[in-house]
Ligand binder design. Sequence first.
Ligand SMILES: CC(C)(COP(=O)(O)OP(=O)(O)OC[C@H]1O[C@@H](n2cnc3c(N)ncnc32)[C@H](O)[C@@H]1OP(=O)(O)O)[C@@H](O)C(=O)NCCC(=O)NCCS
Length: 182
Amino acid sequence: MKHVGTKTIETARLVLRRLELTDAEMMFRNWTGDDKVTRFLRWDAHKTIDDTKSMIQQWINNYPYDSTYYWGIYLKNSEMIGSIGITITSEYDFKGELGYKVGSHWWNQGYASEAAGAVIDYMFRNTDIERIGSFCSVENSASRKVMEKIGMRCEGLLRHYYKTRDGFHDCAFYGIIRKEWA
Ligand SMILES: CC(C)(COP(=O)(O)OP(=O)(O)OC[C@H]1O[C@@H](n2cnc3c(N)ncnc32)[C@H](O)[C@@H]1OP(=O)(O)O)[C@@H](O)C(=O)NCCC(=O)NCCS
């Protein structure tokens, strides 16, 4: 696959850019320490800024690899409100998986959809990715709505596909392929 790595993206209201260690305090305050954000995730809300610092450091270590796609989501006033990324799940199949998080204080203002739409554009425009997929718990209505708003199609449901602190979740699978984006 052709890769370009994590370069800054600007949208009407947001800047998506690489994480930096100096983001740790606002990142912890705004979303990694937010229990509502991690409800459907596999990690617990961070207890201290140091937990957030080590998460940032892992991404910093990965940024030199061009197949790493992980952005912090920032308002134009520089406040960080979440993150978004594409994991390349198969180089052979030219495919990746989208994931995103936004701090609960900023929910339902269209920020995740704005960021996710821009990231999908970035990937189809700048790489030769063929398919971007995503999945979420069927109970995660906001995430399903985001996928629908950015043009992904629901492709099916897998029962007890994913386990979180609440137990097993039936998951809805979504995807978009290059010709639909074009
Ligand atoms: C999923 C998440 C990123 C959405 O972020 P967001 O910035 O609020 O998303 P948007 O505002 O772009 O879109 C959310 C949509 O869901 C809708 N929505 C929210 N809660 C809903 C609910 N309980 N039932 C139905 N729709 C709901 C909103 O109305 C909005 O749709 P609209 O624009 O048509 O009104 C955010 O809720 C989040 O971070 N959740 C925790 C992390 C997570 O679950 N990530 C995804 C893992 S797969």
